[in-house]
Ligand binder design. Structure first.
Ligand SMILES: Cc1cc2nc3c(=O)[nH]c(=O)nc-3n(C[C@H](O)[C@H](O)[C@H](O)COP(=O)(O)OP(=O)(O)OC[C@H]3O[C@@H](n4cnc5c(N)ncnc54)[C@H](O)[C@@H]3O)c2cc1C
Length: 450
């Protein structure tokens, strides 16, 4: 906990650092907040995401976390004059398998009890199906709607005959990361925070606590508290404090395909094909892939989870079933050149019209970044066990949507306020707990990941 006139330095101005600056300088009125950023604010991982959010998670703690974070995002949207592009078309999970349709139903019934909202199971008629607003979030439903194949195609005509059911989860949508980050930092600076463009290369500790930071440019900053908001550099940064954190960086790419034929309408939800599948290659393609040991795996059965959203003129497509793990991020990241074509093929079962783009994979815009992950794929927010050292990180693939709850929790820790119920899931102390570490190998490092 900090004293009244404490000097707080936030290291990193990605979405985590931007949200932290806003919650400390604006909402808690802490006067001496400085943000130090080595690159562009919100220019690293935070610039590479799908810009999507959802309250659909596999456990009540994460549902609580995201509901709170979305409450705060909605508040920011209203305060900013709706400039952060917050929309709510939902996520639509689609399947062609009866057992999976039942599993979606059961998951939605469970999630409803955790706060996702009411589950509505529809028959043949769309009469009771609540529409999403064309813009913004006002009047948007929450909960989830289970649709059978015929109703699914009536409401979303671009979905193909292979689909027998769809679960439309409603407190989900999109936002503009750049607009959100810019607004948060702008508000923090207007409230007295300052932004320093430099890299932190050392931490001065004295008397068992944080005393200051050293900068690559040669300067130094005295501080009473530092907040590590360094994204995928967290493991390395923790080393400056003499801490070893069991974190990994996981590379995730996405492929942008220009939808110049208008196969999917602009207001479509984020669409997920749930089922395992083999990609629909032509015979000559099969022969070529089979002859190439580096590409033969594209002939194997692949897991479910191919998904996309519409952003501007592009379909942003993702399907992360391969694990590329490292201790530290390597820039520039390198992605599989087949990713675009594999995704176009992988979405064919759900969206037959996408076959118009077969062969366009090499022309896709492929980029992405690193998820920074704890062994349980849950966040790290709070004190690091050295007086004055705090963290807001390990935000994996949900750091945009989860940033507001994370920053609010960080501010609670720093100001000694009562902690919310969802604080425990982000407790950094668990990484030093021998029981947790003993169980770490058995934990699901992809829990809740699409
Ligand atoms: C392909 C992909 C899709 C994603 N989709 C979504 C999505 O739809 N929704 C969602 O919520 N999340 C999504 N994410 C995850 C989200 O992007 C991250 O969780 C989030 O951006 C992490 O924010 P951050 O501030 O922790 O890290 P970053 O954005 O990486 O910011 C860290 C900052 O710290 C700075 N820094 C590091 N070290 C230092 C230092 N020593 N001194 C000074 N500055 C330093 C860096 O320059 C950087 O600007 C996605 C991620 C990827 C890769």
């Amino acid at each position: 906990m900090i004293r009244d006139q404490a000097r707080v330095v936030i290291v990193g101005a990605g979405m985590a650092g931007a949200a932290a600056a806003y919650h400390l300088a604006v909402r808690r009125r802490i006067p001496g907040v400085t943000i130090v950023e080595a690159g562009e604010p919100c220019g690293l991982t935070s610039a590479m995401g799908t810009e999507a959010y959802r309250n659909w998670w596999p456990d009540p703690e994460m549902v609580g976390w995201m509901n709170r974070s979305i409450d705060l995002l909605e508040e920011v949207s209203a305060r900013s004059g709706e400039t952060i592009g917050l929309t709510r078309p939902g996520y639509l999970f689609v399947t062609g398998e009866p057992a999976r349709a039942q599993a979606l139903h059961d998951a939605a019934a469970r999630a409803s009890a955790w706060g996702v909202g009411e589950l509505r199971v529809h028959g043949a008629s769309a009469a009771a199906y609540p529409r999403s607003p064309a813009q913004g979030v006002a009047g948007a439903p929450d909960g989830a709607d289970l649709l059978d194949g015929a109703l699914l195609r009536e409401l979303f005509p671009f979905v193909g005959e292979a689909a027998i059911a769809g679960l439309h989860v409603r407190r989900c949508g999109f936002l503009s990361c750049k607009a959100l980050g810019t607004w948060l930092i702008g508000q923090a600076v207007a409230a007295g925070a300052s932004l320093v463009r430099d890299r932190v290369v050392g931490v001065d500790l004295g008397g068992g606590r944080v005393r200051g930071l050293r900068l690559a440019g040669g300067g130094a900053l005295g501080c009473d508290a530092l907040v590590a908001a360094v994204g995928p550099h967290l493991r390395e940064f923790a080393g400056l404090l003499g801490l070893e954190l069991p974190l990994v960086c996981e590379l995730h790419g996405k492929a942008g395909l220009v939808d110049d034929r208008g196969v999917v309408p602009a207001d479509a939800p984020l669409m997920v094909w749930e089922d395992r599948q083999r990609l629909p290659w032509r015979e000559d393609e099969v022969a070529r892939l089979a002859a190439d040991p580096g590409r033969r795996r594209w002939l194997d059965e692949l897991p479910g989870g191919a998904h996309f959203r519409v952003r501007g003129r592009e379909l942003l497509m993702l399907w992360t079933f391969e694990e590329h793990l490292s201790d530290a991020p390597v820039y520039p990241p390198r992605f599989d050149p087949d990713l675009g074509e594999a995704l176009i093929r992988g979405l064919r079962a759900m969206i037959p019209g996408i076959d118009a783009y077969f062969g366009r994979g090499p022309g896709c815009r492929i980029d992405g970044g690193y998820y920074c992950k704890a062994p349980d794929n849950r966040p790290l927010v709070g004190p690091l066990g050295i007086d004055g050292a705090y963290v807001i990180g390990a935000l994996s693939g949900y750091g945009i949507m989860g940033s507001q709850a994370a920053a609010e929790l960080l501010a609670d820790h720093l100001t000694g306020s009562p902690l919310p119920a969802h604080a425990a899931l982000a407790d950094p102390g668990r990484l030093a707990d021998p029981d947790f570490l003993a169980r770490a190998a058995a934990l699901d490092t992809r829990s809740g990941q699409l």
